[in-house]
Design a protein. Sequence first.
Length: 232
Amino acid sequence: MISVIVPSFNEEERIEGCLSSLTKQTLPRDHYEIIVVDGGSKDKTREIAEKYADTVFIQTSPKVGGARNDGAMQAKGEIIVTTDADTYLPPDWLERIEKGFEDSKIVMIYGPVRPIEKTLKNRFYLFLANTFAGIGYLTGTILFTLGCNSAFRRDAFMNAGMYRVSDAGDDLEIAHRMKRQGKIWFDRKLWVGFSMRRYDQFGALKSVYEWFYIVFHGGDADKYSYTRREYR
């Protein structure tokens, strides 16, 4: 069993596309469950999610990392998979994850991203991000993982302490704790559709700068906030 955890917050315009793509996987539907953990949305996010998900509930732990942890605690699967409510999942996504964990030494799998908003600028930015992730993996210097495209062996995830609750960088930080649990694999064919709306609205360079600023200040900073923003 695979448990897919989807944090959400005021995502009525995007979450249906995400969850619809999750129900169209090549993996049989009874091989996985969909868990939506909502941050107290004021729109129709939960109402839409209930049409597709097996479980929908309001998170009790703070921030996105806390929502993922809440979902993991409710999960029934031996494999915990995380994604985001504005992400598109290709049909073979879960099947690739399941096959990857056939290697008993692997405790975490992650992959690259492709822009949903397919402008030349967005393609270029994510090409750079994926190249950076690939080099970091090959050299063993940094595991540039994203919460929208990560999968964990449940026991190892729990032993590692699950996600750290912070405003930014929690998905990067957990990978380095998972290294102590076993083998981590960067599957270059395990791609997901990544929404660039944050970067289109607030500016790519500004958003990246704020992310690095928060990360280098321990994951939280008074000067900037990275999560729970209002989008157009």
